[in-house]
Design a protein around this ligand. Structure first.
Ligand code: PLP
Length: 281
């Protein structure tokens, strides 16, 4: 396995992280997860834009020019012996004796590597179940920061209860899930939380919004409660890895008849068509 460290691609055994890397000690950094299909990076521009936004909001500079990073990422994918997978990429503020404030003159550290990820047809076809948990994260979750402790705890609770996702609820309002965005469909319209500081504006969410527009499905960004969500005709979740995935029950309440809904299926088809066209490009 190969790893991109700043602008160098190296065998994994040669890459070591310092005990005083600020990502390790403070979670002082940001990350992205980028899909590739047929060895090609999917929605790379959107991921790069979000990365740059996350970095600038916590005042970390990208340690190499964007175009160089892009060609290195492509090169990295070519080192993998599979065609369908994901890149995990993170940038931390770098290495410095431990102080809370931002140290000066320290180069940031970028790390990226690939792993295999096939499309999960089991979940895409059959759907998943979700629990609900209080959203006890900080108030700037639009930044894709490394601080994922509330998300890992939420996901663990879901796993313990036989579910795949945990839906965050803040002050009675559904925000998103531990690792995905969440949507309800009612009377043919899609409802989802507005993209502000209380959710991560998923790249898949942005794509879903475009697909909904294409298909003339009304898209409504509004606040709704857990009870509202449980009373929807359909619920689905989205992220880069699970794509658009039906949610069959929310906190033990089945959604309608507990089967994937027609709007969800239509969006899934449009998304799959998009991937098929992308593969052929
Ligand atoms: N919300 C959270 C908290 C996430 O961690 C993720 C991705 O993992 C998403 C939403 C969806 O983002 P994307 O579609 O860019 O993968």
């Amino acid at each position: 396995q190969y790893v991109l460290r700043n602008d160098e691609i190296l065998p994994r055994d040669l890459v070591h992280i310092d005990i005083e890397d600020r990502g390790y000690q403070f979670g002082d950094g940001v990350y992205e997860v980028i899909r590739f299909y047929d060895g090609k990076l999917f929605h790379i521009e959107e991921h790069l834009n979000r990365l740059l936004g996350s970095l600038s909001s916590i005042e970390i500079a990208l340690p190499l020019p964007v175009d160089v990073m892009l060609s290195k990422l492509q090169e990295l994918v070519e080192t993998a012996d599979y065609k369908e997978g994901k890149i995990y990429l993170q940038v931390t503020r770098g290495v410095h004796p431990r102080i809370h404030s931002f140290p000066e003159g320290v180069p940031p550290l970028l790390i990226a590597y690939c792993s295999e990820a096939k499309r999960n047809f089991e979940q895409l076809d059959n759907g998943i179940h979700a629990i609900a948990v209080p959203d006890d994260r900080w108030l700037r979750v639009n930044i894709k920061s490394l601080n994922l402790l509330p998300n890992t705890i939420a996901k663990q609770k879901a796993a313990e209860r036989g579910a795949v996702e945990a839906i965050f609820v803040r002050n009675g309002i559904v925000t998103e899930c531990s690792a995905s965005n969440i949507y309800g469909v009612k009377d043919g319209s899609i409802y989802t939380h507005p993209s502000n500081h209380l959710i991560l504006n998923g790249i898949t969410r942005q794509v879903t919004k475009k697909l909904a527009k294409q298909a003339n499905i009304p898209w409504i960004e509004a606040e709704f409660t857990l009870e509202d969500l449980q009373a929807m005709d359909e619920v689905f979740a989205s992220n880069t890895i699970i794509e658009i995935c039906p949610v069959l029950s929310v906190a033990n309440v089945p959604i309608k008849d507990g089967k994937p809904g027609t709007v969800t299926r239509e969006l899934q088809k449009l998304f799959s068509d998009k991937i098929a066209r992308f593969r052929e490009q």
